[in-house]
Write a protein that binds this ligand. Structure first.
Ligand SMILES: [Zn+2]
Length: 152
């Protein structure tokens, strides 16, 4: 690292990914509320996707590690209000989810199969590969897929 030139803390945080969805950055996931640099100290405010989501502790320490690796000190604040909703996922995030076979979160009546676009999937389990997702199966092509739970 060149002395005197600091990496952009916003760019560093944007590199941190959800451990459960490693191709999706936490910024695209929409859980980063603010990134406030103040000299060496960066305060990052995040909102959990799901109150019991164990991934949040990993995300918190990943943010701190990523910033400390670039010479910053980091504080991660967690706020629950306003709550995260799946509407906070960016358009890019939705595209990434869809191209990886996870149904982008929609209103339950609007869920379509990410493979054949059939609009008749049914819920197999409220808990898919992680507690944050439900396991669905398509009534048309028979493929199972994960659905992000709609949180409101
Ligand atoms: Zn299908």
């Amino acid at each position: 690292m060149v002395i005197g030139i600091k990496a952009d803390p916003v760019a560093i945080v944007a590199e941190v990914c959800d451990p459960e969805i490693p191709y999706l950055s936490i910024v695209d996931l929409g859980i980063v509320r603010s990134i406030e640099p103040n000299g060496q100290l960066v305060t990052v405010t995040i909102t959990p996707t799901y109150s019991g989501c164990p991934a949040m502790e990993f995300i918190r320490s990943n943010i701190i590690e990523a910033l400390e690796a670039e010479g910053f000190e980091a504080i991660v604040r967690t706020v629950f209000d306003p709550p995260w909703t799946t509407d906070d996922i960016s358009a890019r995030g939705r595209d990434l989810l869809a191209s990886n076979g996870i149904a982008p979160p929609e209103r339950p009546e609007a869920v379509v199969c990410p493979r054949c676009q059939s609009a008749s999937p049914r819920t197999v389990s409220e808990f898919g590969s992680t507690a944050c997702k439900a396991l669905m199966v398509c009534s048309s092509c028979g493929e199972p897929f994960d659905l992000f739970k709609q949180l409101r």
